[in-house]
Design a protein around this ligand. Structure first.
Ligand code: FAD
Length: 413
């Protein structure tokens, strides 16, 4: 129970800090409507208000704020991607994350841990070396390290030679971090609300109204709302909402599962990822091991948890940390990952005028929350897609100009 509530009870003078004002009616029209109140939608609203003075904004979510993939992700933040376009983009996000608690006056529990991507085969070592070189060239800290250094950073990892997949090397990325995912969405929402942005939860968008190829309104289960511009930020439902606007996306939606263990005394400082074993793990501030693997084997709009996933993941966890045999799994859940062919997002212009896209977030979008919010806000405010987003344009798929990040994005988040 909050200290203030104990002291003041329900006295009207109770000086509680309220993140969002009480729910209100929808207005007839807004300058900007943001469909989706996950981290990305909340961040875009915040930067529209704080950096561009655009405050006649409504964020509409069919559920509750930050209750989609933002609530379900394993909160890994890093910039050690493979392509220069990807590295520059995620590096800007990491830079914003580092200052975010101060900027929002909201503790997002940003915790810099270092990130180790293990290489178990010669070809994986080559890819890690390649990533390290691209990263260093662009000013992102990354290096290839070997057994002694890996053992120093993570003494509990099994580095024996006589195992199925011995660890040959690792890509070490010191800025790799974790943060409190709910706090990121709520911190942005609270900051935007202080400037007058409205947040409407339990408000599903059911249709997009166009006139002469331009968006003019959105239909919701609470009525139709006119708008000047729309940002679509509905990770996991991107194809469904884009279809309402009349265009198709090159996306397959596939469930992605994760789980946590019972709390343990702190023993794991860095984030450990193994692409070959399809497993990754970090230890939260509460002591829980936060674990995940790759997506489910089939596309589905569903968030059920499966024994199959847990069984495979625990087998791999025990290959990395054999002493965890008696530790219990506490919770398991799933989200919906919008996977693109090149493992990069789709952002910017769409075939509908003034209808802007923030999609294709697969398994990797939490780390991009600040840069997406900032740059989508800039796009709406200026009517021009900034250079840093251009590589991720929707038209790249018909121009054969993909941003291939599979080597850095699958399982690695
Ligand atoms: C298990 C798991 C682990 C992950 N781990 C990581 C990780 O470690 N690092 C990382 O960077 N990324 C990770 N991700 C990916 C990351 O969670 C997402 O890419 C990111 O959260 C996307 O944020 P968002 O704000 O775009 O979407 P969301 O948080 O999903 O928000 C979209 C919102 O849109 C709303 N919505 C949908 N349809 C409508 C509609 N018709 N009308 C109104 N509202 C609608 C939903 O209710 C939802 O709240 C993981 C994902 C999962 C599932």
């Amino acid at each position: 129970m909050p200290f203030g509530l104990i002291k003041y009870g329900f006295n009207k003078e109770y000086p509680a800090r309220v993140d969002l004002p009480p729910a209100c009616d929808l207005k007839d029209s807004y300058d900007v409507v943001i469909v989706g109140g996950g981290g990305h939608g909340c961040a875009a609203a915040y930067y529209l208000a704080t950096e561009h003075g655009i405050t006649d904004v409504a964020v509409l979510d069919k559920g509750y704020l930050g209750g989609g993939n933002t609530a379900r992700n394993t909160a890994i933040i890093r910039a050690n991607y493979l392509t220069p376009d990807g590295v520059n983009f995620y590096a800007e996000s990491v830079g914003l994350y580092k200052e975010l608690s101060n900027a929002l006056d909201y503790n997002i529990m940003y915790s810099e841990r270092g990130h180790l991507t293990l290489a178990h085969t010669d070809s994986a070592v080559r890819t890690m070396r390649w990533r390290a070189e691209v990263n260093k060239h662009l000013g992102v800290e990354s290096e290839l390290i070997f057994a002694d250094e890996i053992a120093r950073l993570c003494p509990t990892l099994d580095l024996s030679d006589d195992v199925r997949f011995p660890v040959l090397a690792a890509l070490y990325h010191p800025p790799g971090s974790i943060a409190r995912h709910d706090a990121v969405a709520w911190g942005y929402a609270a900051g935007a609300a202080r400037h007058g942005v409205e947040f409407h939860q339990k408000t599903e968008v059911t249709g997009i109204v166009k006139e002469a190829g331009r968006v003019v309104a959105v239909e919701t289960e609470r009525g139709t709302v006119k708008c000047g511009q729309v940002i679509q930020a509905v990770a996991g439902s991107s194809s469904l909402v884009a279809r309402m606007a009349g265009f198709k996306l090159p996306i397959r939606t596939i469930p992605l599962q994760a789980c946590v263990s019972q709390p343990l005394k702190p023993f794991l400082d860095p984030i450990i990822v193994s692409g070959s074993l399809h497993a990754y793990v970090s230890q939260s501030a509460r002591g829980e091991l936060v674990m995940g693997g790759s997506t489910d084997p089939y596309p589905l709009y569903g968030t059920r948890s499966s024994l199959d996933f847990k069984e495979g993941l625990m087998a791999h966890m025990l290959e990395l940390f054999p002493f965890l045999g008696e530790v219990k799994v506490l919770r398991q859940w799933a989200g919906m990952a919008d996977m693109t062919p090149d493992f990069s997002p789709v952002m910017g212009e769409t075939p509908v005028e003034n209808y802007w896209l923030d999609a294709g977030w697969g398994t990797w979008g939490f780390k991009a929350t600040p840069v997406c919010g900032k740059r989508m806000a800039e796009t709406v405010a200026t009517g021009r897609v900034p250079d840093i987003l251009q590589p991720f344009r929707l038209s790249r798929f018909e121009e054969f100009d993909q941003v291939g990040e599979k080597g850095a994005a699958s399982v690695g988040h």
